[in-house]
Design a protein around this ligand. Structure first.
Ligand SMILES: Nc1ncnc2c1ncn2[C@@H]1O[C@H](COP(=O)(O)OP(=O)(O)OP(=O)(O)O)[C@@H](O)[C@H]1O
Ligand SMILES: [Mg+2]
Length: 244
């Protein structure tokens, strides 16, 4: 293991007009770490992920992946460099099959596959997320949790160095939630490096090695899930949030 951080966020700021959505954020993620990025609604979590993955440009600051600056690069380039993500709202092609959707993740990412290798890899990933036998189903005909599985398999196709999950568990019912948590835990034990954005604190407690807490775009706490969730400032931020 190297001592270079997998991801290093340095004084990252993003303005939308007069609004500072992400305000001088700095934190690091070590390789094989699962980091929870939490905070009330509108605190800047999705914007932070968009800045990491290159969907949005930084107003100022710097992002490094294993010591190499990635900020300023296009989202395609950053995906090739090793960052994959899921979206807060599932983004898939509903009329296409499970295999087609999953395969798409192996074409543009960090490791790229084609032909037989692409098919073998997609089939393997479909099995890994528990969808064996459903390869030819159109994604639109799947249950919500199974669509989420497809999304995860697609993100993992390219064997990313860093996986960003934006409320991947949101919208699942309690029994699906257990399945979802154990799927992500499986990735954790594989040694994957993951940023988990989530509102469901039981999931944060059981999945994350460490947490960074945002409020109004800025970092207000950082530490073990247990410590940050009992931090009075964090509790205040959540209670003071009208939308939560
Ligand atoms: N493209 C945009 N243009 C203008 N304002 C934006 C844009 N994207 C986000 N914002 C604003 O930036 C702030 C942070 O939003 P963001 O979506 O990052 O929050 P979040 O922490 O992901 O919230 P949630 O938990 O509800 O998903 C909000 O005030 C939001 O309205
Ligand atoms: Mg969000």
């Amino acid at each position: 293991m190297s001592d270079i951080a997998a991801l290093s966020i340095q004084n990252v700021t993003r303005n939308f007009g007069g609004l500072v959505a992400v305000d001088q954020m700095s934190f690091e993620i070590q390789e094989h770490e699962v980091l929870g990025l939490i905070g009330p609604n509108g605190s800047g979590k999705t914007t932070m992920l968009n800045l990491i993955s290159g969907l949005l440009k930084l107003s100022s600051g710097k992002v490094e992946l294993f010591g190499k600056e990635i900020s300023g690069r296009s989202s395609n380039r950053i995906a090739r460099q090793g960052i994959a993500r899921t979206f807060q709202l599932v983004r898939m092609l509903p009329s296409m099959t499970v295999m087609e959707n999953v395969s798409a993740g192996g074409v543009f990412g960090h490791r790229r596959y084609w032909g037989d290798k692409l098919e073998r890899r997609a089939k393997y990933m479909v099995g890994q997320v528990g969808l064996e036998g459903q390869e030819q189903m159109p994604v639109g005909a799947l249950t919500y949790i199974d669509q989420k599985r497809v999304e995860l398999a697609r993100a993992l196709m390219s064997d990313p160095q860093l996986l960003l999950l934006d409320e991947w568990l949101a919208g699942l019912n309690p029994s699906e939630m257990k399945i979802g948590i154990s799927l992500i835990n499986g990735l954790r034990y594989e040694g994957r490096t993951i940023v988990v954005v989530e509102h469901y604190m039981d999931a944060i407690r059981s999945l994350c090695d460490r947490c960074v807490v945002m409020n109004s775009g800025a970092k207000i706490a950082e530490g073990s899930p247990e410590d940050v969730l009992s931090d009075p400032e964090v509790v205040r931020a959540y209670l003071g949030d009208d939308d939560a």
